[in-house]
Design a protein around this ligand. Structure first.
Ligand code: KIV
Length: 281
């Protein structure tokens, strides 16, 4: 029996046969929920920088922080394909450092592969990591780690020059050995064309319905992150409001002495209390 339900290469086999579903997770419970609902893979995304650590963007998260999230997710979703997202500056400095850090996702984070943001410029790094035996998922289109260079997080690929750059990047990453590519925030027609041109699965987020699969951030799906609500997100519940209402009810119950009641309490016989009174009163 394989150690996990799907290997990166089995994910490739799903292209053209069934839609692939990915979700991010960062802790034991979100990972457990993801596994119970049968997602094809979990990404321990650097979006943890925002949704778990409260930073305004993905730049600050460190290797140590993301590895902690990976370890928790591995315990919660032992049987699911798990991909670790390489943080800003963990793969850009040198190929050696990139291989080393990618290796930590496998060795310590118990992941089955890593994701790297970037197009043509990261191809040599991707090749080096793949040569080291570590599966790599690409990520092009809007790449938050390059938001300063690409001018923010706005949809990309609406003009020929950028559309061509995104397509060239997809082709080059496929050649470099990535097993799948995330297409973030690009026009549907472009993601459809890229999906047609590559043999590996495309995983869309804000890239329309024609990609081989979709990924969303856990906190967005359950409506737990009120700070930003991009157009491409679908929240199935308003988790933030539900959780706040539950917490408010708890606070109210304690203040008004409605909690705990007998149902939530342990009891001991009155004789024991009497005995204690004799000793201490
Ligand atoms: O970090 C993340 O959550 C991601 C997804 C948006 C693909 O990279």
């Amino acid at each position: 029996m394989s150690l996990f339900q799907l290997s990166p290469h089995q994910l490739v086999d799903k292209k053209g046969k069934e839609k692939i579903v990915g979700i991010t997770a960062y802790d034991y419970i979100s990972a457990r929920l993801a596994e119970e609902t049968g997602v094809d893979f979990i990404l321990i995304g650097d979006s943890a920088s925002m949704v778990m650590l409260g930073h305004p963007d993905t730049f600050p998260i460190t290797m140590d922080e993301i590895l902690l999230f990976c370890k928790a997710v591995s315990r919660g979703a032992e049987k699911t394909l798990r991909i670790g997202d390489m943080p800003f500056l963990s793969y850009q400095v040198s190929k050696e450092q990139a291989i080393y850090n990618a290796g930590l996702f496998i060795k310590e984070g118990r992941c089955h592969g890593v994701k790297i943001e970037g197009g043509l410029e990261v191809v040599p790094i991707v090749e080096a990591i793949v040569r080291a035996g570590i599966p790599v998922m690409g990520h092009i289109g809007v790449t938050p780690q390059r938001s300063m260079e690409i001018g923010g997080l706005k949809v990309r690929g609406k003009n020929l020059e950028i559309a061509k750059d995104i397509l060239d990047s997809a082709l080059a990453l496929e050649k470099a050995g990535v097993f799948a590519i995330v297409l973030e925030c690009i026009p549907s027609e472009l993601s459809e064309y890229i999906t047609e041109k590559v043999k590996i699965p495309t995983i869309g987020i804000g890239a329309g319905p024609k990609t081989d699969g979709q990924i969303l951030v856990f906190h967005d799906v359950v409506g737990l992150f009120p700070n930003i609500r991009p157009k491409f997100v679908k929240s199935y519940i308003n988790g933030y409001e539900l959780f706040r209402d539950a917490l408010s009810s708890y606070v109210k119950d304690v203040k008004e002495k409605n909690f705990p009641n007998r149902e939530h309490s342990f009891t001991v016989s009155q004789e024991i209390i009497e005995e204690l009174r004799k000793i201490y009163d």
